[in-house]
Design a protein around this ligand. Structure first.
Ligand code: FES
Ligand SMILES: [Fe+2]
Length: 445
């Protein structure tokens, strides 16, 4: 549980709040590049950390992220004309460049452009995402590259999906390994044949489903790092081996969820406001897995209608919502043996995290040992937010963010899970130098 005042600090993100101030010190996804594809094209509405903004790619190709309301009398610049290297308000024709400077004021006999400046945030485009820095200019740090900088169009995945709950509440699902033994289960796992990979080393993805089902009460170990932490969910396999799923959490909103042999994708939970968030997924599209560890894709065995794999780009529509009870049905539960009764994998997560209400009162929780990673994340965020209010610099502003990975394996005798997925892991080094074994990014949470 959490004290009510800490729950407030954790969840409120508007300007001037402790967490809002902390989040504004990190480069943050503002929208997908695909939302403003062409120079001079239609602007996009962006609501970020409780601020209403407009993103546009001007006729020179530069991206602006500016306040939505025109500084004159407040008409929305979403309806503005994107022309002449500026966005022009259609009410009285004032025009502003990507830096927020007024560059034309045709409605005034004596223009006073130099006196008018609108809120405009620095942006950086990487991996199909327009990132923004919303903090004070004097504390702006270099862009944090999670592994997409320099990748050409078509070499990355960038998607996002709306969720109607607080960003921390949504993120808690990605650092909660125990729920995969329940929420995402289905009876057919019992019929997957044993392929003999329940032994030290990399098991198949098929057998991984069986391990989650076999040991439904994992032991959690959390290891603090410079960027946040990595934690292991430790399960005993049917053959008595030690299976670990290692997931990373990087301040303030990023998760690298376990997969075999290690994970390259980044799930990010970005606050729209206190009660809504975007679930972003960003990753290089292909990576090297020369020995094909894991074998067939995890979702090739699952009965879910929309597997989390393949070419996922753009805004993922919400077809399973609170309004239609996430399409939960007895038929799905009883005839198809899907534990949750919901046949879409991610919607299973959305159902449980959104049904808590937009901001759950965490003073009402009864936490157990399998919630250890969640409580650690909250503690790290609260400490950073309170510390910043007292003048301490936030953690994890700089470092090699490309080196943060999840992992999954059956441990050899004496093997330390903390090495898995790091630069010291031979499988990571092998992947970096391999010329064969290109594999599509996959993700499960
Ligand atoms: S409100 Fe935008 S120019 Fe007048
Ligand atoms: Fe999940």
């Amino acid at each position: 549980m959490l004290k009510a005042e800490d729950n407030e600090i954790l969840t409120r993100v508007g300007p001037g709040t402790p967490m809002g101030n902390l989040l504004r010190r990190y480069w943050t996804p503002a929208c997908l590049s695909a939302e403003i594809p062409e120079p001079g094209g239609q602007p996009a509405r962006v609501r970020l950390l409780g601020e209403n903004l407009v993103a546009f790619r001007d006729t020179r190709g530069r991206i602006g992220l500016v306040q939505e309301n025109c500084p004159h009398r407040g008409a929305s610049l979403y309806f503005g004309r994107n022309e002449d290297a500026a966005i022009r308000c259609v009410y009285h024709g004032w025009a502003f460049d990507t830096d927020g400077r007024c560059v034309d004021m045709p409605s005034e006999p004596v223009p006073f452009c130099e006196k008018v400046r609108m809120r405009a945030y620095p942006v950086h485009e990487s991996g199909g995402i327009v990132w923004a820095y919303l903090g004070p200019r004097e504390t702006m740090t270099p862009f944090r590259d999670f592994g997409t900088d320099g990748l050409a169009d078509g070499e990355f995945l960038a998607s996002k999906q709306h969720s109607t709950c607080n960003w921390v509440q949504a993120m808690e699902g990605n650092i909660d390994t125990s729920h995969i033994s329940h929420l995402h289960q289905w009876d057919g796992i019992d019929d997957i044949p044993d392929d003999g990979s329940d032994k030290p080393g990399y098991p198949s993805n098929a057998m991984s489903w069986k391990f989650w089902r076999h040991d439904r009460a994992p032991r959690l170990e959390v290891d603090d790092t410079w960027f946040g932490y990595r934690y292991a969910g430790i399960r005993t396999t049917p053959n008595g081996n030690t299976h670990v799923r290692v997931t990373a959490y990087a301040l303030p909103y990023a998760t690298m969820v376990a997969s075999i042999p290690f994970s390259v994708g980044c799930g990010m939970f970005v606050p729209i406001d206190d009660e809504n968030c975007w679930r972003y997924f960003s990753a290089p599209k292909a990576w090297r897995n020369p020995r094909k560890y894991g074998g067939e894709n995890l979702f090739s065995f699952a009965p879910f209608s929309t597997p989390v794999s393949g070419d996922r780009n753009g805004i993922t529509p919400r077809l399973y919502t609170a309004e239609n009870d996430y399409r939960m049905s007895r038929e799905v539960r009883e005839q198809r043996g899907i534990f949750s009764g919901v046949d879409d994998f991610v919607s299973q997560d959305l159902m449980v995290t959104e049904s808590m209400g937009p901001i759950y009162d965490r003073s009402q929780e009864q936490l157990g040992s399998t919630d250890r990673a969640i409580t650690r994340m909250r503690h790290i965020l609260l400490t950073a937010a309170k510390g910043l209010a007292e003048g301490n610099e936030p953690p994890a502003l700089a470092g090699d963010f490309r080196s943060i990975r999840g992992a999954e394996k059956i441990l050899e005798p004496g093997e330390d899970w903390r090495v898995l997925g790091t630069g010291a892991d031979p499988v990571v080094a092998e992947s970096a130098t391999a010329t064969t074994g290109v594999q599509e990014t996959d993700m499960v949470d």
